[in-house]
Design a protein around this ligand. Structure first.
Ligand SMILES: [Fe+2]
Length: 516
């Protein structure tokens, strides 16, 4: 029953008296391990004026009015965990202390659970009770597991459509949702504003908090969180489009940009069922290793925090761009993961016992370059801008002793099934891994014409569609990994049903994708 965090010095305990539901952002769970899960919620009694931006002062005054709590107080949130859906007799109870400096968020690590089974949970705070969430633990590390079924998703620009993909995911029998980035968008696109963001581009902690709260005001997203545990990594839009380590497109002074990154990271962790891995501030570890019995070893990777800046940047506007003849991209000193994460991954892949090795990262590994009469153009923000790092990654894959290396990605707003070779598209370079990239939940993709030019220049790509939105089911068994692209035709409308755009399979012991 011990509280998991101690209150900040000087705060007084208070019991809130809620005048509106403090669980308006729902409940969530994540980090499924064989004996533990992480339960999340945030006390947030709604926006001051829903649909409109509010100043920081208005937000604070609204919270105080609805809760009776001030920034000089802390409160206790209790939770109960059940092993049955009828919520008979909790198997565990606990408490978590929260306060304004952590945006009244709750991250309760529940340990001592049994492997490979569902649990249900709810929170209480003062006179309020949360909705019930369902979660599950991973199988024991040495267990023989018949199947892992996950939903791969990314890129859910709030303005650009309804979260029908989350409705579909919530209806599926999943072990977990694997979200590989662009959970919020900091930016707006005036062409597609079905439901506008409130507030402008966030740069401060309060503004990022408001953006996250807006995204979780979507009931379908909340239902998906309450139904399955999520395993997450991030991409760029959680902070700023195309950022690379301490660099942004505006060439902001790195110290200034890092302060913004610290605010964005803090707000991210405050709103996600993810524990901030430290060391702190602008530096937070999100990359992790996961197991699903003896079937799968999975690594969630961080492709933003440690990467070299994009090669051949425009001196007036940084970030990614399409370039011709950029030799800088081949510099072996360039990194996507950073030296430490790269070494950790290589060591982990060599030591892994799982039948499948899954790399969950935020973008597309296979090349999207386009051959032109004057040379090949590439997009510098993707792995094409980090060619030496890509060959090192694929070398590690081929040396790790198994053919069952499956890369999962997002970011590019298109479904892709591709073969991965150390030298892309070179038939003399063996296929050493397979890649599935999911389309976006809502964010718009490139034109099919542009994609056709990419297809024509990249025989390693077996499937590519940028015209539909959705997510991808991944079913992994000892015999195969099956990807089912579940999509709806553009644009996503509330109530739209998802269908199957295509299925691709990777057979055990044989790298490469085949239509299923
Ligand atoms: Fe995106």
């Amino acid at each position: 029953m011990a509280a998991m965090t101690s209150p900040a010095a000087g705060l007084q305990q208070a019991v809130p008296r809620w005048r509106s539901d403090p669980f308006a952002l729902g409940v969530a769970s994540g980090e499924p391990r064989p004996d533990s899960v992480l339960l999340w919620t945030r006390l947030y009694p709604g926006a001051p004026r829903p649909g409109h931006a509010a100043s920081d002062a208005e937000q604070a005054a609204h919270f105080e009015e609805k809760s009776g709590l001030t920034a000089y107080q802390y409160c206790v949130v209790s939770y109960e965990v059940f092993d049955n859906e009828a919520l008979k007799k909790p198997i565990q109870k606990g408490e978590f202390v929260t306060y304004a400096a952590r945006a009244w968020s709750v991250h309760a690590r529940v340990t001592g659970l049994r492997p490979d089974r569902h649990y249900w949970y709810r929170f209480r705070c003062g006179n309020a009770v949360s909705p019930v969430g369902r979660t599950r633990t991973a199988p024991a590390v040495d267990a023989n597991v018949a199947r892992l079924r996950l939903a791969l998703a990314s890129c859910q620009h709030y303005e650009q459509g309804a979260y029908v993909a989350h409705v579909d995911m919530a209806q599926q029998d999943l072990d977990f949702v694997l979200f590989v980035g662009d959970y919020i968008y900091e930016s707006t696109n005036p062409t597609y504003r079905l439901r506008p963001h409130t507030g402008g581009t966030p740069r401060t902690l309060d503004a990022y908090r408001e953006r996250h709260a807006l995204y979780k005001s979507d009931a379908d997203l909340r239902t998906c969180h309450a139904t399955h545990p999520w395993v997450c990594t991030w991409d760029d839009h959680e902070v700023d489009n195309d950022y690379a380590a301490d660099q942004d497109r505006a060439y902001t002074q790195p110290g200034v940009f890092l302060a913004r990154r610290a605010a964005a990271y803090q707000a991210y962790f405050e709103h996600m069922p993810v524990w901030p891995g430290g060391p702190g501030g602008a530096y937070q570890r999100i990359h992790q290793h996961w197991t699903w019995g003896q079937l799968v070893d999975m690594w969630t990777l961080d492709c933003r925090q440690f990467r070299s800046a994009q090669p051949c940047r425009d001196p007036l506007k940084g970030g990614g761009r399409v370039v011709l003849n950029c030799d800088e991209r081949d510099d072996p000193a360039r990194t996507m993961l950073g030296a430490e994460q790269e070494a950790w991954l290589a060591q982990g892949m060599r030591a892994a016992n799982g039948r499948w090795r899954v790399l969950a990262q935020s973008t597309q590994i296979s090349s999207t370059g386009v051959d032109t009469p004057v040379g090949r153009t590439i997009y510098t923000d993707g792995w094409d801008g980090y060619t030496a790092a890509r060959s090192r990654l694929l070398q590690t894959a081929s040396e790790s002793g198994a053919r069952n290396v499956l890369a999962l990605g997002g970011d590019v707003h298109q479904n892709v099934a591709a073969n991965l070779r150390e030298r892309p598209n070179d038939p003399d370079s063996a296929v050493v891994a397979s890649e599935i990239v999911t389309t976006s939940v809502t964010s718009r993709g490139m034109s099919m014409g542009a994609l056709a030019r990419i297809r024509a220049s990249n025989p390693d790509i077996a499937h590519a569609r940028s015209d539909e939105r959705g997510y991808t089911l991944i079913d992994i068994t000892p015999q195969q990994a099956l990807a089912t692209f579940r999509t709806t035709p553009f644009p996503a409308q509330a109530g739209a049903m998802l269908g199957v755009q295509g299925r691709f399979v990777v057979a055990h012991g044989h790298a490469g994708v085949e239509p299923a």
